[in-house]
Write a protein that binds this ligand. Structure first.
Ligand code: SF4
Ligand code: SF4
Length: 416
C-alpha cells in the first residue's frame, strides 16, 4: 500500500512504525473473512481492511470524526486478522497508534469520558476492584436475574501456596481483577510448578500489567504502570528468577510487548526488553516440563474419563501470543477428553472492557461462543484468561475455570 504521511507524524517513531505497517498491507481483504465484527455487521469499515484505511487517512492528515472513532471502538483487538493476514501486517500495533491519534482529536463528551476514566480506575486497581466486587456479591441475591448473571459469584478459595523451597524460581503476575475473581488460578499454578521443582514467587508492587489502561487509550498511565511493574520484578530478575509467568493470556500478551511499548524510554527500554524475553504464558512453562508432569497424572488417566472438556482458546492466547492449539494438545496428552469447538478462532466478546463498552455486539458474540462451546455436550469449560472466564460464566450453567486448575486437581488428587 502506498502512503504519504502528514508532516505532524511523518518523522516521529510512531509515524515511522505505522508507515512500515501500512506498507505491508496489500489491501487483499483476506482478513475480513475472519473478523468477528465484520461477520456481525457486514460493513467494510467494521472489518480490519476498512479500519486500516481509516487509520491511514488520519495519518495522512484527514480530520477524524465520531464515526471514525466508532468503527475503531467496535474493534475487539482480537487480532484474528493478524493470524489470517498473508503478509504479516501488525494490525494490533497500528490500531494502538490510530486509536491514540483519534482519541486526541475527537472529544467523547463529558459523560463518556468520565465513564471510561472510572472504568479504567476501578479495573486497573485491585484495591478498588475487590471491595466493589464484594459489594456486588453481597447484593447479588437481590438483583434481577439479568443483572445477577453479570456479577460473578464468590470464587473458589485459593488453597495453599507452597513455600519457596526450590532453587528454580519464577515470578508470577498477580493481575488486577484475577486475585478477586479467581484467586485459585495463580495458587493452582504455584502448586503444579512446585511439583515440577519450581517455586512461583509474587513480587509486591506488581499487580496490573497496564493492558486495560493501554486499550482504554490512557497510554501514558499504562506506561507508568508498566514501569512500576518492571521496578517490582527487577530485583528478583537480577537474583536469578528464570521467567515471568502469566496465567491470564490478556496480561501475557501485554507483558510480552513491554519491550515494544517502552522502546523509546531510554531508562526502561533495556529492562522492558528483558522482561518481555522472560515472559511466559503458563502453558509454555508446563509444556517445557511436561515430561516430569505426565507421570504425575497419566498413570491415573482413567480417573479423568467421564469428563468432557470444551476448551475456549482466548484471542490473546491464539492470535496475540500465537500459542494456537498448544493447551488443547497438552490437555489431550495428559488424558483429558476434549470436545470439538466450531469457529474456535472467533472472539467470545469479552475483550478487556469491550463487554461493558459495546454490550450489544459483545452479547451476540457471547451467545455464539456459548453455543459453539456447548455443542459437543461438555461437562465443563476450561480457558486461559480471566476476562473470558468471567464473561463465559455469565452465560452458562457449566463451570468455567482456568485449565491449570483442572491440572492441579489431578496432580493434587494423585498425590494422596
Ligand atoms: S482485531 Fe479482531 S475485531 Fe479488530 S479488525 Fe482484527 S479481526 Fe476484526
Ligand atoms: S489480509 Fe493483510 S494484507 Fe490483506 S487486507 Fe488484511 S491486513 Fe491487508
Amino acid at each position: 500500500m502506498q502512503t504519504s504521511l502528514a508532516p505532524f507524524i511523518k518523522d516521529t517513531a510512531e509515524g515511522k512504525e505505522a508507515d512500515a505497517i501500512l506498507r505491508k498491507c496489500t489491501h487483499c481483504g483476506m482478513c475480513t473473512a475472519t473478523c468477528p465484527t465484520y461477520q456481525l455487521l457486514h460493513d467494510e469499515l467494521d472489518g480490519p481492511r476498512g479500519r486500516i484505511y481509516l487509520i491511514k487517512q488520519v495519518l495522512e492528515g484527514a480530520t477524524p470524526t465520531a464515526k471514525t472513532q466508532l468503527h475503531l471502538d467496535r474493534c475487539l483487538t482480537c487480532r484474528a486478522c493478524e493470524t489470517t493476514c498473508p503478509t504479516g501486517v501488525r494490525y494490533g500495533r497500528l490500531l494502538d497508534i490510530g486509536r491514540h491519534l483519534v482519541e486526541e482529536r475527537v472529544f467523547r463528551g463529558p459523560i463518556a469520558s468520565a465513564w471510561r476514566g472510572a472504568l479504567n480506575a476501578v479495573i486497573s486497581s485491585s484495591s478498588l476492584f475487590a471491595p466493589m466486587l464484594r459489594l456486588g456479591q453481597l447484593a447479588r441475591p437481590l438483583l434481577p436475574s439479568a443483572l445477577r448473571r453479570k456479577v460473578p459469584a464468590a470464587p473458589v478459595p485459593a488453597g495453599l501456596w507452597p513455600a519457596t523451597s526450590h532453587a528454580r524460581r519464577m515470578l508470577v503476575l498477580d493481575g488486577c481483577v484475577q486475585p478477586s475473581l479467581s484467586p485459585a488460578t495463580n495458587a493452582a499454578a504455584a502448586r503444579v510448578l512446585d511439583r515440577l521443582g519450581i517455586s512461583l514467587v509474587r513480587a509486591s508492587g506488581a499487580g496490573c500489567c497496564g493492558g486495560v489502561s493501554f486499550h482504554l487509550n490512557r497510554q501514558e498511565k499504562a506506561l507508568d504502570v508498566m514501569r512500576r511493574t518492571i521496578d517490582a520484578w527487577w530485583p528478583h530478575i537480577e537474583h536469578g528468577a528464570e521467567a515471568v509467568v502469566i496465567t491470564a493470556s490478556g496480561c501475557g500478551v501485554t507483558v510480552k510487548e513491554y519491550g515494544q511499548y517502552l522502546a523509546q524510554d531510554s531508562a526502561y527500554a533495556a529492562k522492558a526488553k528483558r522482561v518481555s524475553e522472560l515472559a511466559r504464558d503458563i502453558s509454555e512453562v508446563i509444556l517445557a516440563e511436561q515430561a516430569i508432569l505426565k507421570p504425575l497424572i497419566t498413570h491415573h488417566a482413567s480417573r479423568i474419563t467421564g469428563q468432557r472438556i470444551a476448551f475456549h482458546s482466548p484471542c490473546t492466547l491464539q492470535h496475540g501470543m500465537k500459542l494456537t492449539r498448544r493447551v488443547e494438545d497438552l490437555l489431550a496428552s495428559l488424558g483429558f477428553s476434549l470436545t470439538d469447538v466450531p469457529d474456535a478462532h472467533l472472539c467470545c466478546g469479552s475483550a478487556g472492557t469491550y463487554s461493558i463498552l459495546q454490550p450489544e455486539l459483545s452479547g451476540r458474540l457471547l451467545d455464539n461462543k456459548i453455543a459453539a462451546l456447548e455443542s459437543g455436550a461438555p461437562t465443563a469449560i476450561l480457558t486461559a484468561n480471566i476476562g473470558c472466564q468471567a464473561h463465559l460464566q455469565s452465560a452458562t450453567t457449566l463451570i468455567v475455570r482456568h485449565w491449570i486448575e483442572a491440572v492441579d486437581e489431578r496432580v493434587t488428587r494423585n498425590q494422596h
